[in-house]
Design a protein around this ligand. Structure first.
Ligand code: PRX
Length: 661
């Protein structure tokens, strides 16, 4: 359906013209060469009757290895506490490793790992299985048993996968914390989950710089629950080790036995906790379980990426510390016996063409990244990808935030060379698995739309007051049927789980927290969050968490944090700050507060700019009117300010914002 024959390797004005031309096209049919053989060609995502959904997931679940086959599929007797396959038992690490080795695929590469400084390691399924068994034994010797929580705070190195699967093998739920989070934030997350062991590294590398990780963690203070810290020697720097508590990963691995049988776990046994930001300062410990989660991630990994484990080389550029890494670097691909790429570094180090170089080197066929990264690559120019052979690519994926049509088209033309279907995948930490996405080879795509719910998923757009379906137009995105990889609760906070997701329209409707538009064809367009969650570069951050950290700064009296649209990161954080006493806002103080946030949460939470103010706009009942702050930042007309306690203050505020930009 292209308006003219696609030409390859465009750049400069020619590329701009092609993008303009395609911008008019609006719809993209599955490429004929792809549709003929695609896995999804028989899948009609919208035709499953409600009664068939559970049966559909049961069929997917049966592709796994069960030690005890399940008879019960979905138990809906106590909504919203749903269970899946509850009377079955299985082991996730067995499904991800032993199964493939026993089938004769031990020599298949599980990960092509590329280090920042050009190091390369290929790790086969057999090698991974050996290390996982050893590390599982080592964890047992450290006193970790079924149900004990193990914290993991590691860079993007193969040991992170070993640690996760070793936990799964012995039924110890892991709590992985993104390597970019500050040690203080890690300590908090270890504390609330009462972690018994933390697996971390001597140090990390970022764009050529080395920084201590273990020592920084130590400096954040003691935790009673933490009995041991396991240290992976990654960058080779000196590490303070406390005798009796701290051990080196390589030493305990070398001392451990090679064989650790995979114990069957109940399907509902927790596999991991992953902390995610919510609308309060306290992060939510999202709990995922064994059987349903593995069913959801393995089946969507196959369908959405048209995966063929014999042929494909899959690369998801996320960090394992986020749910995308859990589901589509570790569990989905390994369960499917796929070969993946894992890259330690940033997309612009050692140079801005490194991603394309790696795609060419490993013959990547399926590439999955975030819109922010695509926008950065756009800025760096088509010349970078154009000098590489990207002809192996078949499917391109996007995740984490809405993708603007311009970025979608650039991805399509410059990276996909107009041959590869794009899957814009919508999901969340809570959903565990992709929920809304085109099926490549089946769905007609529209740049900017995540299209349709996948088979077995029932998504709806509803009126925010009545809960009635909005046939065409904007409303709240909800999920109306349970799905296997759904979160089961918030760790230790059942009530918060019910209140956050299931209270608005009753315990059978999961309220996502996003607004969406349904167009005339029924395609879904995700608009963004409706709560106080900010999405910076596809990373979910809580305004309340950033505010509460800013308020711990000695010179700050009050703060309010809002999102502002940003051309490269999607959204950016803006902080409105009232200083104590007679203090004046200065660039030095701005830098100090930004660093304060980086220190307590992580660099990604650092406000892009700080606006110094004397007063925050508040209602007569003293609630901060964030809507007004957002409107000011977006340059929108202010609308109704009559409920403000001091309407005149808004003009002054607008002046200060202009001065801060
Ligand atoms: O607002 C949606 C946005 O990211 C949120 C979930 O964030 P998190 O739990 O960190 O998981 C991110 C990766 C799965 C959603 O509520 N989001 C995610 N994917 C998309 C998206 N927004 C628009 N389009 C997407 N494809």
């Amino acid at each position: 359906m292209s308006t003219s024959a696609p030409s390859l390797l465009l750049s400069g004005e020619q590329l701009d013209r092609r993008l303009e031309e395609l911008l008019q096209q609006k719809r993209f049919s599955p490429p004929a060469h792809f549709a003929a053989t695609a896995r999804g060609r028989g899948a009609a995502p919208d035709v499953l009757a409600e009664s068939d959904q559970a049966a559909f997931w049961a069929e997917q679940a049966r592709t796994l290895h069960w030690d005890t086959p399940f008879a019960s599929v979905l138990d809906e007797s106590n909504p919203p506490f749903y269970t899946w396959f509850a009377d079955g038992t299985l082991n996730v690490s067995y499904n991800c490793l032993d199964r493939h080795v026993l089938a004769g695929h031990g020599d298949r590469v599980a990960f092509h790992w590329a280090g920042e400084e050009g190091e390369q390691r290929a790790i086969t399924y057999a090698e991974l299985l050996r290390d996982v068994q050893r590390f599982a034994n080592a964890l047992k010797r450290l006193g970790v048993g079924k149900g004990d929580i193990v914290g993991i705070y590691l860079p993007m190195i193969p040991e992170v996968v070993v640690a996760m699967l070793a936990c799964a093998r012995i039924g110890a739920p892991h709590n992985v914390v993104f390597g970019g989070f500050a040690p203080e934030a890690v300590k908090d997350r270890m504390k609330v989950s009462a972690a018994k062991v933390l697996v971390t590294a001597d140090g990390g590398r970022r764009k050529g710089k080395t920084m201590p990780v273990k020592a920084a963690y130590d400096a954040a203070g003691e935790l009673d629950s933490l009995e041991h810290i396991v240290v992976v020697r990654h960058v080779g720097i000196d590490v303070p080790m406390r005798p009796g508590r701290d051990v080196f990963y390589d030493e305990i691995l070398a001392a451990a036995d090679d064989v650790c049988p995979a114990h069957p776990m109940e399907a509902e046994h927790p596999l991991f906790i992953l902390y995610s930001s919510g609308s309060t300062a306290k992060p939510k410990g999202i709990v995922h379980t064994t059987g349903g989660y593995l069913t959801g991630v393995s089946s969507t990994h196959k369908l959405v990426f048209d995966l063929d484990s014999e042929r494909d080389v899959f690369w998801c550029t996320a960090d394992v510390g986020w749910v995308t890494g859990h589901s589509y670097i570790v569990y989905g691909p390994l369960c499917n016996g796929a070969t993946s790429v894992m890259f330690e570094g940033a997309p612009d180090y050692p140079h801005r063409g490194i991603w394309w170089e790696l795609i060419e080197r490993y013959g990547v066929t399926v590439f999955y990244t975030a819109p922010t990264a695509i926008r950065a690559c756009m800025k760096w120019g088509a010349e970078e990808p154009n000098v590489h052979d990207l002809s192996t690519l078949r499917v391109l994926g996007s995740v984490g935030e809405p993708i603007n049509p311009k970025a979608w088209l650039w991805y399509h033309v410059v990276v996909g060379r107009e041959r590869c279907p794009i899957v814009d995948t919508w999901w969340q930490t809570e959903t565990g698995q992709i929920m809304i996405s085109p099926v490549p080879g089946h769905t007609e795509t529209k740049p900017g739309s995540a299209c349709q719910a996948l088979p077995g998923v029932v998504a709806d757009v509803v009126d925010e007051k009545t809960g009635e379906s909005v046939v065409q137009g904007q409303g709240l995105l909800v999920l109306k049927r349970p799905w296997p990889a759904m979160l089961r609760t918030l760790y230790g906070e059942d009530e918060r789980y019910v209140k956050t997701y299931w209270s608005r329209f009753g315990p059978e409707t999961y309220v996502v927290g996003d607004a969406a538009i349904r167009d005339q064809d029924g395609s879904l367009w995700i608009v963004g969050r409706i709560d106080d969650v900010i999405n910076v570069s596809g990373h979910r951050l809580s305004t309340a968490e950033v505010e509460s950290v800013i308020m711990t700064h000695a010179k700050v009296a009050e703060a309010a944090v809002v999102a502002q649209s940003d051309a490269s990161t999607g959204q950016a954080i803006v902080a409105f700050v009232i200083l104590r006493g007679e203090l004046e806002g200065t660039p030095e103080l701005e830098a100090e507060i930004r660093e304060h946030v980086a220190r307590y949460i992580g660099k990604i939470s650092r406000p892009k700019c700080i606006v110094w103010i004397d007063e925050l706009p508040k209602t007569n009942s003293a609630k901060i009117m964030r809507r007004l702050l957002r409107d000011i930042m977006e340059g929108r007309p202010l609308g109704d300010v009559t409920t403000l306690s001091d309407p005149a203050a808004m003009a002054d505020l607008a002046r200060r914002v202009a001065a801060a930009q």
